[in-house]
Design a protein around this ligand. Structure first.
Ligand SMILES: Nc1ncnc2c1ncn2[C@@H]1O[C@H](COP(=O)(O)OP(=O)(O)OP(=O)(O)O)[C@@H](O)[C@H]1O
Ligand SMILES: [Zn+2]
Length: 465
């Protein structure tokens, strides 16, 4: 079976064929860095990270770019309110973003280009569009002439007249047509700005991605992704700019994740109903959030709730217990021939996992495969003569899948016998010198690592729980 990807452009699942055999380039629109990310924003971050990992597991070499929008109206407003500068705000929330994605077990993209580091590329991109007649300067701004691009609306399946409907040109507006969109915004007094042939100003949102995708990944991307809300206008505008510039399709596959809702409305910074990743990871294991997300197909909306998270936690516990039992038993079981029945089950369930992931990243069904393997593993663990080689096959399979899904916590590091002995000696000495704090600290550490101390007539003994 080969990978099938749902392409928003054609509204159908298509067989994935990369532009260059064995390689995939992927661009996902990143955050506007004026605030902490909420768990709605975390959905594309987690999902596209899984796409990247699964492509790698399937043998592709992936180039993954996620941009930062580090200048725009929201950043400017935030800077005005807080008395900081736009670069200070951006720096703060880029750092917070990196912390958050790391906490969520998301790998860093190969590149995180920033708008402010790519102003030259953006300006020359706009200049080229003006030269070709696709854009026009007007009162210090530059706009894209949507009428010149016949296919405008093709991603969101709307036509120009539909788009025009209901939009009025306001008095004083500088556009030729209401649906034209801005490429360059002239700076208002006091606003952050860069020089350009049209005067001091800054880029519009859409042009950034066109310019950065082209610079870092080339004219045509294999995959372009983002949340559902980006289809229109953002991605539609990216297509118009890039395709008028190069004459090539901007991307072969357009992928969009569904919304995270809360109380049945979209979680959103602007609505003020967001739960930040910063907050959530204080209360819940990040793996639980990942499991919760993966239990629903990425294109479907998902309502965030405490109960939903709790349920996810329960499911995850079953998997983690199974894996912990495997990890423990492997250290004590003897070597042996791989059990034929287990071998066959692993082969079958591995096939299921791939089939489901190949079917437009059907993670809920892939999780069913994980549960099936855990059941096989639990059954085998009950046999008295379970051997280490069979257990290793089970564990390796689960770990291989986990490299894609990222739902297992790191195995707790066990203390070696010598370390336990050394800590006990140190604790005895600490007590003798009345350093109670250190003595308690060591006792807590030992308890946490599952070491039980017992006073016996023969002296202090220890054992693992
Ligand atoms: N509730 C949500 N569920 C899923 N994805 C979302 C949600 N809200 C935003 N996204 C996605 O998160 C990514 C980051 O977007 P961005 O920083 O522009 O957020 P945003 O749209 O400004 O958020 P907000 O709507 O909260 O202001 C985008 O791909 C966007 O589509
Ligand atoms: Zn974009």
């Amino acid at each position: 079976m080969s990978l099938k990807v749902y392409n928003t452009m054609t509204r159908s699942k298509e067989t994935f064929v990369p532009l260059t055999p064995g390689k995939v380039n992927m661009y996902v629109c990143g955050p506007t860095v004026y605030d902490y990310i909420h768990i709605g924003n975390a959905r594309p971050a987690i999902f596209f990270d899984i796409v990247r990992r699964y492509l790698e597991m399937s043998g592709y070499e992936v180039q993954y770019v996620v941009n930062f929008t580090d200048v725009d109206d929201k950043l400017i407003r935030k800077a005005e309110q807080s008395g900081e500068t736009v670069p200070q705000i951006a720096e703060k929330f880029i750092a917070a973003y990196h912390e958050d994605i790391e906490a969520l077990g998301i790998r860093k993209a190969d590149r995180n280009p920033r708008v402010t580091e790519n102003i030259d590329e953006i300006v020359s991109f706009i200049e080229a569009l003006v030269d070709k007649g696709f854009a026009y300067a007007s009162g210090g701004d530059v706009y894209f002439r949507t009428e010149k691009f016949e296919e405008y609306g093709k991603l969101s399946h709307q036509n120009l007249s539909e788009l025009q409907f209901g939009i009025r040109v306001e008095v004083g507006e500088r556009k030729e047509n209401p649906q034209d969109f801005v490429l360059w915004k002239g700076a208002k007094p006091g606003e952050i700005h860069w020089p350009s042939p049209w005067g001091e100003g800054r880029p519009g949102w859409h042009i950034e991605c066109s310019a950065m995708a082209r610079k870092y990944l080339g004219e045509t991307l294999d995959i372009h992704g983002g949340g559902h809300d980006l289809q229109f206008p953002h991605h539609e505008c990216e297509i118009a700019q890039s395709e008028c510039m190069t004459g090539q399709p901007l991307a072969h596959y357009w992928m969009h994740n569904g919304y995270i809702h809360i109380n049945n409305e979209k979680m959103s910074k602007s609505l003020g109903n967001g739960i930040t990743v910063h907050q959530l990871v204080q209360q819940v294991k990040p793996q639980t959030l990942r499991f919760f997300f993966l239990s629903t197909h990425y294109r479907n909306p998902l309502n965030f709730s405490e109960e939903g998270l709790e349920q996810a936690g329960g499911g995850l516990d079953r998997i983690e217990n199974g894996v912990a039992n495997l990890r423990h038993r492997i250290t004590v079981a003897p070597q042996g021939e791989i059990d034929g029945r287990v071998y066959e089950a692993v082969r079958r369930i591995k096939g299921q996992f791939r089939e489901k992931m190949d079917d437009d990243f059907n993670t809920p069904d892939a999780l069913t495969a994980v549960f099936d393997l855990i059941s096989e593993s639990n059954t085998y663990l009950k046999t008295a003569d379970a051997n280490a080689d069979t257990l290793r096959l089970l564990l390796d399979t689960l770990e291989e899948w986990n490299n894609v899904l990222g739902i297992l916590s790191e195995p707790a590091e066990e203390l070696l016998d010598e370390e336990v002995e050394r800590l006990i000696v140190e604790r005895t000495e600490a007590r003798k010198s009345k350093n109670w704090a250190r003595a308690d600290e060591i006792r807590d550490l030992l308890t946490e690592k599952g070491i039980q101390l017992e006073d016996t007539p023969q002296g202090l003994r220890w054992r693992r729980k």
